[in-house]
Write a protein of this length. Structure first.
Ligand SMILES: [Zn+2]
Ligand SMILES: [Zn+2]
Length: 363
């Protein structure tokens, strides 16, 4: 049985749109560019809110040359929500219609390789291959624009209870849940988290969703104060050795699980050092250089270290939890800017004294 596409009278689309173009590392321009055209099984979405991610800041600085993005000029942005403005061929067969409210995520994987078939599409073995795999805002045009094209695999229907602002934070919330999942948080666990940015703070909520008995956040400054305000125990690494502090808080035993969300080498080392014997660390932060790991302890205490890349299947799972206030995305939002003031928004994001955690941009 085939499903008849819903008919909708769509307003005519403009030929051009406003977009944030990274001309070369650290050179940003707001430009008028052509509105992209959705291909087979893709939609064109009107972006209503896009949020600034730490990855955007790195990518704009040119920290991943030749990879994210493959070349400049480039339009970044991958945490967004909006509504469908046009359908490419075949998209209606998946139930999509013009006007549907959606949240986007970055990975649009091949769906065919062994990792995709196993549900681990974040590890698609055809990553970046033309026509098989896209990662929006990383190797394909992103959502820092009035419109963006996405494949149907990377859009998720927003429930009525979630706003576009909430929707722009579903992608980072899904990554936070994937981090807690990869950490294998079990009921009653003590979970230590390094890096109280958006992912770290949301990972605290996700650890609780999985039944953590106690969440200890390691950080400093305004972000650590935010962690305390959200009800987590805190350790200020500026006040002394954070590993000793976590051990002191856990009767000398250490944490069952560590979630590394800072992306700096010291934090990876702290996480491994503060684990209880047999503990597990899931690392979502990406250090720009290698990290020396205390292998003797890892071997003899049977520690586990798991990488975490984006999310894989958690977009839909986090939505009801966000609706119920169990994953507190709204608490993350500190600033809002129009797309035309992106440079100011990014400077605010990069300035730790601004108190910025999550900055929302409206194209
Ligand atoms: Zn992101
Ligand atoms: Zn694949």
């Amino acid at each position: 049985m085939s499903v008849a596409p819903r008919t909708t009278s769509a307003p005519p689309l403009p030929a051009t749109m406003e977009a944030l173009v990274v001309v070369e590392p650290n050179r940003l321009e707001i430009r008028e560019v052509p509105v992209p055209v959705p291909g087979p099984n893709q939609v064109l979405a009107r972006v209503r809110v896009v949020s600034i991610c730490g990855t955007d800041a790195h990518l704009i600085r040119g920290d991943y040359p030749g990879f994210w993005p493959p070349s400049f000029p480039f339009i970044p942005g991958h945490e967004w929500a909006g509504e469908i403005a046009a359908l490419g061929p075949g998209a209606a067969r998946y139930g999509w219609a013009v006007g549907d409210r959606v949240a986007g995520t970055s990975h649009d994987a091949c769906g065919v390789c062994q990792k995709c078939v196993e549900g681990r599409y974040n590890l698609c073995e055809n990553y970046g291959k033309e026509g098989l795999h896209r990662q929006y805002g990383h190797n394909t045009q992103g959502a820092d624009a009035t419109y963006v094209v996405h494949g149907v695999k990377s859009i998720f229907r927003l429930p009525d209870g979630l706003s576009f602002e909430d929707g722009a934070l579903i992608d980072p919330a899904s990554i936070a849940l994937h981090t807690a999942n990869r950490g294998g948080v079990a009921p009653g666990d003590t979970v230590a988290i390094t890096g109280p940015g958006t992912i770290g703070l949301l990972a605290g909520d996700c650890a609780r969703v999985r039944g953590a008995g106690r969440v200890i956040v390691v950080g400093r400054g305004d972000r650590l104060a935010k962690a305390a305000a959200l009800g987590f125990d805190t350790v200020d690494y500026g006040a002394g050795d954070p590993v000793a502090a976590v051990r002191a808080m856990t009767g000398g035993l250490g944490a069952d699980v560590a979630l590394e969300c800072a992306g700096v080498p010291e934090a990876v080392q702290w996480c491994l050092a503060l684990l209880r014997r047999g503990g597990r660390c899931a690392a979502v932060g990406i250090p720009v250089r290698g990290v020396e790991v205390a292998m003797q302890r890892l071997v003899l205490d049977e520690l586990e270290l798991a990488g975490v890349r984006a999310s894989a299947g958690e977009m839909r799972r986090v939505m009801p939890l966000v609706e119920q206030g169990r994953i507190r995305v709204r608490e993350m939002v500190t600033h809002r800017f129009p797309l035309g003031r992106y440079e100011e928004a990014l400077a605010t994001f990069n300035d730790r004294s601004s108190g910025a955690i999550k900055i929302l941009v409206a194209p």
